[in-house]
Design a protein around this ligand. Structure first.
Ligand SMILES: [Zn+2]
Length: 547
């Protein structure tokens, strides 16, 4: 049986009319009639700081797992840490286990540099917190996943080699290396007659060498010469030694290791980024069928997303970590970002995080029956998987209003204003109020991080000491009357100019008076829109210099 998605991994989503994409994938998995538990996998090399790009794959898989669980299946979600891969280049940044990011200069970079070419699990942890570099960054990823409230079993690929789990597959591939060579040569030009699909860890220098000179299937050993390695990041020099080592002291090349994992872990479904769609997926299907004699899993391609309009890049440091994001938003909002259509390219913008949170709030509202019908069907299916628990008494303070509340430290005052402005219903239970107000600190962190219009300290409780001349005072009184009429921020901005003109006050001086009144400062955010976001009663009283 071959399904259309084997040749076209985009077809799983493209061929379905389902409201929620995860159901389309679940349909394809059920069509395979898999054994229980159904196994869903993802994977990554622990090459450095995990970022939200890695979470993309884990959350995509999670929604499929949840869709299957809702249909009564038992599901295991695995994620392999491909930690026997070699370190090819030094990352510019690292992070300790608390997530604190440091530059390469802050660790012993030259010691780390001596490990190029060696497997991640054979490299010392630069922070000394775990047994190896690989374990360190896998642990960081584990903490990220936990913070998102997702239950994933992390599997060490090194562990699978070391404990002998991979022995039979390695033996099989090496026994059928002629066939392996023939299949792979359809995809890679560099495959020549000497090609042996195995990398051995050199006993002398610890590097993964690709030059295998002999295979002893009965002994489970290979002979090698430690030659130079060409990687996309440059040449890594080999030590020249020759030796013999076991199948457990090396690894299959990725093109074989991936289908090997499918077979070993009995994988039914695996999502992957579009880079694999044209490379290792077609060769993986071919190798699974024609070398290993196993069925490939159901695939799903997901689109990369951009960060502030540019591609994420670990090497240039253009990334944002899960820890950083969770300081700014509730886990459910980050989970929501990945519940949407996987093939649509989207931008994650910290600068405009308010838009994402607003979108999430609408999604939540749609689930509870408000909003357009088109949004409701999707929300009805997906929302329960996005939140830890469906609770209809939940209260959300709009993110930008939370940012305004975050301009004052007084927590009681924050609550009082939120209630007065109608953002917290009178009968809201205590837990809901607490959770709603939890957004204030996040929005405040957002303001600080981006230095946006909310990154000012609003002098809310006591009015700064001010002394204005008569014209300015008259203008402020008129502006107060205008605000009291209930105009929006743009109208208030226009009126600030008009009022200054009418009273023959320099516009800059008039704005400065406003900043003095609200921030005790001579500058601040764009004043009209900002005042429009504050509670009107307070703005009017302050413009009148009453409190
Ligand atoms: Zn060597």
């Amino acid at each position: 049986m071959t399904a259309r998605w084997e040749a076209d991994p985009y077809a799983v989503l493209g061929d379905s009319e389902r409201t929620f994409w995860a159901d389309a994938v679940a349909d394809a998995i059920e069509a395979r009639e898999p054994d229980e538990p159904i196994v869903i996998k993802g994977g990554v090399s622990p090459s450095g700081i995990p970022h939200i790009g890695h979470i993309n794959e884990i959350l995509r898989a999670f929604y499929v797992a949840e869709a299957l669980r809702e249909r009564g299946h038992e599901v295991r979600q695995l994620f392999t840490s491909d930690d026997r891969d070699r370190l090819r280049a030094l990352p510019r940044q690292l992070a300790d286990l608390d997530g604190t990011i440091v530059g390469l200069g802050e660790v012993d970079a030259s010691a780390l540099g001596r490990n190029l070419g060696r497997p991640y699990t054979d490299i010392p942890d630069p922070f000394g917190e775990r047994d190896s570099y690989g374990e360190h960054f896998t642990e960081l990823l584990r903490r990220n996943v936990e913070a998102l409230g997702i239950d994933v079993e992390l599997v060490s690929t090194t562990g699978l080699y070391e404990d002998g789990s991979f022995d039979d597959i390695v033996g099989h591939v090496l026994e059928h290396r002629e066939q392996a060579r023939e299949v792979l040569s359809r995809y890679q030009e560099k495959v020549d007659d000497d090609y042996v699909p195995f990398f051995a860890i050199c006993d002398d220098c610890g590097q993964l060498t690709e030059t295998i000179t002999d295979v002893d299937l009965d002994a489970g050993e290979v002979s090698y010469v430690c030659t130079d390695i060409e990687t996309s990041d440059g040449t890594i020099a080999g030590c020249g030694c020759e030796g013999t080592t076991s199948f457990r002291q090396g690894k299959l090349p990725w093109r074989f290791e991936w289908p090997g994992q499918w077979q070993l872990l009995d994988v039914d479904f695996e999502p992957f980024g579009k880079d694999h769609a044209e490379g290792s997926w077609p060769s993986g299907v071919d190798i699974a069928r024609n070398v290993l004699g196993t069925e490939p899993p159901v695939p799903m391609v997901y689109e990369w997303f951009t960060l502030e309009g540019e591609a994420l890049s670990s090497s240039s440091g253009h990334v944002v970590t899960v820890d950083e994001v969770l300081e700014l938003l509730e886990p459910a909002v980050l989970r929501y970002f990945f519940v949407k259509e996987p093939l649509k390219q989207r931008d994650f913008s910290v600068e405009r995080l308010d838009r994402l949170v607003d979108e999430f709030d609408r999604f939540e509202t749609a689930y509870f029956g408000d909003g357009p019908e088109s949004e409701r069907a999707f929300a009805e299916r997906a929302y329960p998987m996005v939140v830890d628990e469906v609770r209809n008494e939940r209260v959300r303070i709009p993110y930008t209003f939370a940012a305004v509340l975050g301009m004052t430290d007084n927590e009681a005052l924050r609550e009082e204003i939120a209630r007065r402005e109608g953002h917290i219903p009178e009968d809201a239970p205590g837990w809901a109020v607490e959770e709603a107000l939890g957004r204030v600190d996040r929005a405040r962190a957002w303001a600080r991080r981006t230095g946006n219009e909310f990154d000012y300290e609003l002098k809310r409780e006591t009015m700064p000491e001010v002394a204005f001349d008569e014209d300015v005072e008259a203008g402020l009184d008129e502006l107060a009357a205008f605000v009291a009429e209930g105009h929006d921020g743009d109208a208030i901005q226009g009126e600030i100019y008009e009022t200054a003109r009418r009273h023959d006050v320099d516009v800059a001086d008039f704005f400065a008076a406003g900043y003095r009144l609200f921030f005790d400062d001579d500058q601040g955010p764009k004043l009209g829109p900002f005042l429009g976001k504050l509670d009107r009663e307070f703005v009017v009283a302050r413009l009148r210099r009453e409190r």
